[in-house]
Ligand binder design. Structure first.
Ligand SMILES: C[S@@+](CC[C@H](N)C(=O)[O-])C[C@H]1O[C@@H](n2cnc3c(N)ncnc32)[C@H](O)[C@@H]1O
Length: 345
């Protein structure tokens, strides 16, 4: 293991969208963890790090580190957000309820490892769950374990992904409050047609995309199911299906599919998530693996905040002195150079 590199533990790693996105000469993913064996097969085929099948809700931090053969000092960054659906903050909250357990286990891990940074990805609907109680609960947990944080809903299309996928991204830091990355493509969205093989069935390339195939017919799910390939695709949910010609008139009944309505290929579906063409897909449910993933281009944009560790070996300093927030002035200058705001500013 390269002592100079920044070490990342990828929790809920799935097929590896985050891991491949942050790949860099100075960043080393030390392990991915998930419970979906098919996604792990894909992970292992592409990422130069072991993919472990471990149930995070059922494993203590000590056991988990023992199983992957790592010490807390080996890990600078933890990435991956626990699915928070059903996370409860009610007064009679049951810590053994599996919906609460995953979030609790996740924060137990962060508290134990004390990484310099952690990233959480989640659905944007988390912000409005239980009238905002869920996000307030997460904020409290993060404050309780001594981290500064920032979060925002980012649209993957703003970072060059051919898909208007919105995700809540939260960054927690032990030392400083990192800012989320500025959009790189907000007035320059990448259209779906640029990642298709050919143009679909119509001569002008203005095919439309529709969801949910089922046998020989498909059901139309609302207006957004139809979108011209001149725009980025709508959110990949693992069920992309057909390209249909623009003269098609949508209606509510199940509509017979014809030869004109070609399916998207798995490779096209992967490109919609910005996976490189040499990414190998293994196991079952490949479209689902793709739909679950963090788009690598978005991961790459987010991980720009890792510059903090490339230029400032803060974790080592912190371990030595525990002197936060009294970092030296020249470090403060460097941090602001790289887009960070010091906590407490
Ligand atoms: C949204 S996907 C993560 C995608 C991934 N971060 C990426 O960048 O491609 C969520 C993942 O959490 C995994 N998962 C759910 N519950 C889990 C648990 N108890 N322990 C470990 N992994 C779990 C699922 O199998 C799924 O692959």
């Amino acid at each position: 293991m390269d002592k100079q590199s920044t070490k990342v533990l990828d929790l809920f790693c799935g097929a590896g969208g985050f891991s491949v996105g942050i790949d860099d000469d100075t960043i080393e993913v030390i392990a991915g963890i998930d419970i979906n064996e098919s996604a792990l097969e894909t992970y292992r085929a592409n990422i130069d790090a072991p993919g472990y099948n471990i149930d995070i809700a059922e494993t203590t931090p000590e056991e988990l580190l023992q199983q992957i053969g790592a010490d807390t000092e080996d890990i600078d960054i933890v990435t991956g957000g626990p699915p928070c659906q059903g996370f409860s903050l009610a007064g009679d909250r049951d810590p053994d309820d599996p919906r609460n357990k995953l979030v609790d286990s996740y924060f137990d891990l962060i508290a134990h490892i004390e990484p310099s940074l952690f990233y959480m990805e989640n659905v944007k609907g988390l912000l409005s769950m239980d009238d905002g109680e869920v996000i307030r609960g997460l904020e409290q947990r993060i404050e309780d374990i001594g981290y500064e944080y920032d979060y925002s809903v980012l649209n993957a299309a703003d970072y060059g992904v051919p898909q208007t996928r919105e995700r809540l991204i939260l960054i927690g830091s032990k030392h400083v409050l990192p800012t989320l990355p500025d959009p790189t493509h907000d007035d320059d969205w990448v259209p779906l047609r640029t990642v298709l093989d050919g143009t679909g069935e119509t001569a002008d390339g203005k095919s439309y995309l529709v969801t949910s195939p089922s046998g020989d017919s498909y059901q139309v799910h609302g207006r957004d199911s139809f979108r011209t390939t001149d725009a980025p695709a709508y959110t990949h949910t693992g069920r992309y299906s057909r390209l249909i010609p623009p003269e098609f008139v949508p209606h509510d009944d199940a509509t017979p599919a014809t030869a004109q309505h070609r399916r998207l290929t798995k490779r096209e579906s992967a490109r919609i998530q910005s996976f490189p063409d040499d990414y190998e897909w293994r196991g079952n449910g490949i479209m689902r693996q793709q739909g679950n993933a963090m788009p690598p281009r978005l991961a790459n944009a987010i991980s720009s905040s890792i510059a903090i560790l490339k230029y400032n070996n803060l974790k080592a300093d912190l371990r030595e002195s525990r002197s936060y927030p009294n970092v030296e002035t020249h470090r403060q200058t460097k941090l602001t150079d790289h887009g960070f705001v010091l906590a407490g500013d």
